[in-house]
Design a protein. Sequence first.
Length: 249
Amino acid sequence: MIQYDFNDRVAVVTGGAQGIGRTVVERLLASGGKVAIWDRDAALLARAVAEIGVDKVAGLTVDIGDLASVERGVEETLAAFGQIDVLINNAAIVGPNMPTWEYPPEVFSDVVHVGLTGTFHCCRAVVPHMIARNYGRIVNLSSIAGKEGNPNAVAYSATKAGVLALTKSLGKELAGHNIAVNAVTPAVARTAGAMAQAPEHIAYILGKIPRGRMLELAEAATMICFLASEENSFTTGATFDLSGGRATY
């Protein structure tokens, strides 16, 4: 397993109590980093921290859709570790699978608010601390749906497309501050959110992957941790493919 040097680095991982986020947390810790896991599910968060069982991790109940909650999360992370060097914007909700003209407006709003507005909240709250230290690495989890637009997943597709544009905009703004901002576009992986989708939708998106299988959580963590490392010192505002060959641009 490739390890990057995260000694003396502090990372925030949103939605880090399970799935890709949890795997990234474990990889960062194994590479010498300290991690604040932000998750709105307090019970899941407590279980994850107990299972990880190291003193270099802090579990903080944060709802990224609430700016005040995010700002408290920053304060608590700084109180625990003194700095924030890495931000992994992983938290999102998937939403149901149905045609756009039948999609509930309130659910559309919720999906966009957590996945896109929440990512904005986290960047807005964390970036000033990175600028002050002239160092930072931000990795935003988009999706292949953000590039291609999955049918019957309008809210999720729109959210993840927005994350790509946010990444490009913020990357340009911070390029002079030794802060890299990049995005990844995972295909379907065996996460709680993905597997809660309709079976026929999972079959559809799995059938679009030339590799012929789901993304492994460890494969996602490997790319994310490189982008979060000091070694990623030049590339910013970019999108990195994790689609198993599905992406066409």
